[in-house]
Design a protein around this ligand. Sequence first.
Ligand SMILES: [Zn+2]
Length: 226
Amino acid sequence: MPIPSWKSGLQEIAENVFAYVHSGVGWDICNSGFIVGDDGVMVIDAMMVASMVDPYLEEIRKVTDKPIRYVVNTHHHVDHSFGNQFYLPAEVVSHQGCREAMLARGADVNMLNEQFPQYREDWAKTQLNPATITYQDKMNVHLGGRVVELLHPGPAHTYGDTMVYLPQDKVLFSGDVAFHYLTPLARDGHVSNWIKVADGIFKHLDVTTLMPGHGPVTIRKCLAKP
Ligand SMILES: [Zn+2]
């Protein structure tokens, strides 16, 4: 089956729940999402550099003027977490393993320049802002009347993965536990457990809309096994 193209931009995937999707296939830019609560906003994945975050913040401001209270990192990879600095003073939240991996890996400017030379000017200004709030297995955040569940499925794409589940809306932000139409990067994870986690998502969670870390939003009927 040929791989289709998909559009970049903002989609409201449930009431006050937004997906910010990128059509690019490079691993320099990830999807992000945000949830507008009664008193503030939760962003799910920060992206990487100012040239990505600035237009995103403009999109968020078109939807709401409420403060950004939380930024969730679904894992430590630079495309998801190195933009944390642009959302401060929001609290950064992640699995403990994500914070540990960020601190262990650090922000090696020489390595970043080698991997992503197109962002050379950004790396000189990069600050590492790992999570200030961490959890181990599961944590709930109450955004007004909406429960946001942060779930660690065990080692999969990385050892510090978080999936963000909205049970009332049946929406799952999977981070890079799911890629859609793109090949997953697997060097930091646990592949056999990842396969079990992927198989278990629909056994354990009632999901109708899935936002992957990379690729377009999808609905359950595209994912369920025949
Ligand atoms: Zn990743």
